[in-house]
Design a protein around this ligand. Sequence first.
Ligand code: NAD
Length: 486
Amino acid sequence: MIQGFDGLHLPELSLRAGGDRLATEAVLPDIDPCTGSAFADMAVASAAQVDAIVYAAHRAFRNPGWRDLTSLARERLLHRFADAIEADLPRIAALEALDTGKPISIVEMVDIPAAIAWLRVYAGWPTKLAGRAGTLSGTPGAFHVYSRREPVGVVAAITPWNFPIVLAMWKIAPALAAGCTVVLKPAPETPLSALRLVELAREAGLPDGVLSVVTGDGATGAALASHPLVAKVAFTGSTATGQAILKASVPDLKRVTLELGGKSPSIICADADLDLAIPQAAMGCFFNAGQVCYAGTRLYVHRSIYDRVLEGIAAVGAAQRMGPSADRASQMGPLISERQRARVAGFVARARSGGLEAVPLRAELPDGGYYFAPTVLRDVPPDAEVAREEVFGPVLATAPFDDLDEAIALANGSPYGLAGHVFTRDLATAHRASAAIEAGTVFVNCVMLADPAFPFGGMKMSGIGRENGSEVLDAYLEPKSVVMAV
Ligand code: NAD
């Protein structure tokens, strides 16, 4: 039974290879994280079904296929796809909220509009994807040299449960714009928006097989990622799974981009504007119940303001109204699953039994579901488990510092390098820290911004390659040089 979303019509749950519907062989329950109750059965694709879906995607790619359409025709179809999502906003938002447990008001305001914005930005790219012309530098004679940018082929887009439609669109939009076809594998916890996206793509006129979905578990993902006709894997999720995907790519030398975990630091300097820094640093950790890959989960605060900042952050955490996804007054939902709730609770319990102190924070947890109260731990040493490992819940590990060099050393003392944050009023401090922090993105006096205008991704163990910006297109295009003696 679906609680709170009266009359919500689920997308078709069976899978298709191109236009052909596949018989459902095995299922997993789709569970509402706000209640813990199953409301639907998701198809688990077998290796043979993955094979049929990838073959259909490969047929749709070429001879003649998606890559052979004129660039203007691809642009038009992608804009029509964006129009279809826009027209479907109330329904696809409800599906996403039901699946993830996120408050519906946030999904309507943030997640779905972001997915549409990404699609529109990359929809404008096909007509602008040109190579460049030149000549040879060291060989005498007359040559005309130019480069072409050719789509790599079938893309496996494998996504996690924290921002299902957004992270899927970060891959789908540039891949389709580049002329690739895409097989999307959503997380087993959150298949609904992916299934609906494929229906909307079909309604918008995208040919069968250009965008397909394959639902299932890790084994389904592994079958997809290692399929010989998949030319490129675009993955977001845990570092361990990213490593498994990279290993599986070796026999075919597949192109792989990995957007992995993080343990992103925030530094609040003594001169920071605390009216801005406190709520930003708090929501930089607690937003989406802490299930954000680039959340600021390690906080270093100048000793002179440490107690004041921690009190402020605890107050912001306590003020979050936790509640079910269908309630428009909810500000924070539950964690995605019982497994995730137990994992987060385990980190906090081990931190406490190891002697770490939590700032007192009164939060009311709704009955049922997988809710977890925001937690602020103080004086956390750099070698504590909770300072080193990605928790993926609303848990902030904090420590005081005395000077900027110490704060930067603490910030960089992590194998991850996804994001970093600095709060200061001093321009020199801002530039110095931005250059010194080892992370793919540094935010100064702000948090949680992503935009198709700038590249996003991780240094160190946080990943390989970049999403977004014009840079992401390189991941879906092979440069080819043509050298012509004239
Ligand atoms: P995961 O990495 O196991 O799953 C992500 C996606 O990969 C899912 O679609 C899954 O079905 C698929 N998958 C799993 N094994 C695969 C394989 N061998 N080959 C191909 N695909 C495979 O993540 P999880 O188990 O859902 O979450 C575990 C932890 O990962 C979380 O606690 C959190 O720390 C982290 N996480 C990080 C992000 C992020 O954005 N960086 C997102 C979600 C989870």
